[in-house]
Write a protein that binds this ligand. Sequence first.
Ligand code: SF4
Length: 571
Amino acid sequence: MPENDPLWPLVTSTRESCLGKDRCPCWDRCFVKQAREKALKSQVVVVNHHLYISSMALKAESDSIDGMLPKADLTVIDEAHQMASVACSFFGEVFSTRELEELMQELRQVGLSKVRDGADWNRLYDNVVRGVRNLRLEASLIGLTEGCRRALKDIPALGELHPAMQIIREAMLQTAAALRENAGRDEAIDNLAERHDLLTETMKVWLELIEQFRQAPEGTVPAMKADGYVRWIEATPHTLRFNATPLSIAEAFDGIRSTEGGAWVFTSATLSSNRDFTHFKHELGITEATEASWDSPFNYWEQGCFYIPEMPDPQNNTIEHTRHMVEIIWPLIAAAQGRTFLLCTSLTAVREAARLVSERLEANGNPYSLFVQGEAPKIELIERFREDGHGILIGSKSFWEGVDVKGEALALVVVDKMPFTSPDDPVAAARGEVLKAAGKSPFFLEALPEAVITLRQGAGRLIRSEEDRGMFVLCDPRILKKGYGKTVINSLPDFLPYTTQRKSTGIFPRAGSLRRGALSLVLRFTPGGRTAPDSGRPKRSASFFWRAGHPAKSAGILEQGDSFFFDREKK
Ligand code: SF4
């Protein structure tokens, strides 16, 4: 079921939508209540991060609320690298036009079925939804278009949204009046009235902020109080989100740990950057901890190869970089006979890569299936890729982790460039300013460790079992030139390194200096390496094992445009 299916809100219990013990007629049979009761009696409870943090946030809100989970002697948080961002979303505040539209949709439905004579529910719905559409149009006129994430301080024209916001507020006040008139007639309506009140309050705060922008002299932004939050707006295809995100959740998370007590274990394959846990501890406010790293059970050196092609550095031009990347990786895709994940750092790159790969596939008689993020829900795309066995999957951030394709369906993972958060990202920029003001380096304390952890997640898609073989390609030659490159390489799985760069960089040797025979474990090359990139699937019979360190065979073979064969039989 797609994530934006209107059925979801109707089968989901949230803090806002649940009627609770006193008002729900199904309380005795409620599955959510039963699960909570079971959890409170259990010795071991397994929950996901969101449920855990929402329970803790509920407790933090009021001393009289117990939350949904029992106090634990030992709390183990797996995939703990995600905890800070999950916690941020719970400790921040959001007003989203989609949430408002969904609420109005529910209200119209319940109003028409339960208290039809109570108000003109269709008109109330239309007024709000029309107001939201108008707001989104006005937002696009001041540059808040799809995909945009902008801090308020970078939107001097924000005041122009005031009339559109005011129209929505008036429509919401009319709805609130209708809900008051129907108070006590139906429990579902009363519950919706509470949710509506909360949303109206949040909306009012934003309206007041926007009013300050309207009154500021043209081209300037009003001074905003430093309250530990960054306020920013995000435009997606379906919604405008007005966010207040905490600059740090270290204090809040430290508070959770002190209140809960007990012992805590944080684990993940990607908690550290070059075995340094500073970034992770700083994010969660952990000052004292016993730290340990263990090597992976996989023999990365023999199972995988890490390739950095010779190509121009990625500049700000995503389209140009994606074009270079597809040109370079196409022979690898052909050699791997599909079986490729192409992980991009932006949706623009996903779209462009999909267009270019699709053109090449068409020109070659569509030998492999193409799966692109957005065509279907993530789980379905992965399933189809796995079943196909020769697919090419192109996706952005959500495909970098939590995707497990074991076996022969995946042999090549390509990353378009180092996944640095854009310097324009409002939250990253605001956190960077705080660090700079404290005389610290945002790049080394935030941007680099975060990018390394994301890259490790991406690289981790390749080898998922002891039988897997394949190649990890990072289309970002800056790694071989910049000072931080060593940190990046040392943080990645210990794949056999290989580059077509002309000179050895010391940390990333050319193939010729690798130990004899090493490459043959994972790669085969065509004789002379001169198979044309678009000549279709390479034939195995035309290949031979290329022995690393053999000068006669290595000379001139490993140039751009060569064809590579993946040899999955361990020799
Ligand atoms: S208490 Fe009622 S409204 Fe709340 S989740 Fe259970 S069944 Fe749904």
